[in-house]
Design a protein around this ligand. Structure first.
Ligand code: HPA
Length: 247
């Protein structure tokens, strides 16, 4: 049996896991350097859960400086087999407005200059993972079923466009992403999903919509205060949703 039932990577607005009990902190050293912070392991809803704040517990790491390789390696080392990435996003599709919760099924990567693979170390085996379906289908279904059980509305499917950040996008960039087929935009979805696949982890994304992406809503400008207010409302639903996952 795996030591862990679930690992959760918290994004903006989720820096600790409410309801996690009997916790122990692990400072893990990985061949790729330090993770974003300690992994906090504990009991939640009958599961052994590990939680890691992607941006650090004090939100000190911008998306392009997150050590995605170390984070997933650390969770894998602790025995994680199932990982949920919680990501703040902007909504591009009209029905993906602030506070919507989406379980995307596709992604497009617009990031650059990040370490995107474990196979660039000297002598490492070169792996070409299949990434046709970037999220683990069975884990997506578990999330959707859990949301249904918990009575939380979620949108099934959508394409996540991963941008470099930390700035928000221009209206022209979002218009291009829309033409490309993106429904959501966020800064942290990649390379996390691909690294999880390289480690053979089950991985799915729970995307919390904080704002309409540039040019998609009525506002001329996107306010950070508004982003965090909407995120807080969506984030409040996450523990109840995850509690309904199968053990
Ligand atoms: N763009 C990129 N990432 C985001 C956004 C956005 O509009 N909102 C929250 N994360």
């Amino acid at each position: 049996m795996s030591a862990l039932d679930l690992a959760v990577i918290g994004g903006s607005g989720l820096y600790s896991f409410p309801g996690l009990e009997n916790t122990a902190r692990h400072t893990l050293h990985t061949p790729y350097g330090p993770a974003s912070g300690d992994v906090v392991q504990g009991d939640f809803a009958g599961m052994r859960v590990a939680f890691l704040a992607r941006h650090g517990e004090g939100h000190n790491l911008p998306p392009h400086r997150v050590n995605y390789r170390a984070n997933l390696w650390a969770l894998h080392q602790l025995g994680a087999r199932r990982v949920i990435g919680v990501n703040a996003v902007g909504g591009i599709r009209h029905d993906m407005g602030p506070q919507a919760i989406v379980v995307p099924d596709q992604l497009i990567d617009y990031t650059h200059g990040r370490y995107t693979s474990y196979c660039d170390a000297e002598g490492a085996e070169v792996k070409h993972i299949d990434f046709s379906e970037p999220y683990t289908a069975s884990l997506r279904q578990q999330l959707l079923a859990a949301a249904h059980t918990a009575g939380i509305a979620v949108i099934d499917g959508g394409c996540y466009g991963a941008t470099q950040g930390p700035r928000l996008e221009t209206r022209a960039e979002i218009a291009r992403m829309k033409r490309d087929g993106c429904d959501l935009v966020g800064m942290t979805g990649m390379p996390e999903a691909a690294l999880a696949r390289e480690l053979s982890l089950d991985y799915a994304c729970l995307a919390l919509v904080a704002n309409f992406a540039a040019g998609c809503g009525d506002e001329a400008e996107i306010s950070i205060e508004e982003i965090f207010a909407h995120l807080a409302a969506a984030t409040a639903q996450v523990p109840r949703l995850l509690a309904a996952l199968p053990k």
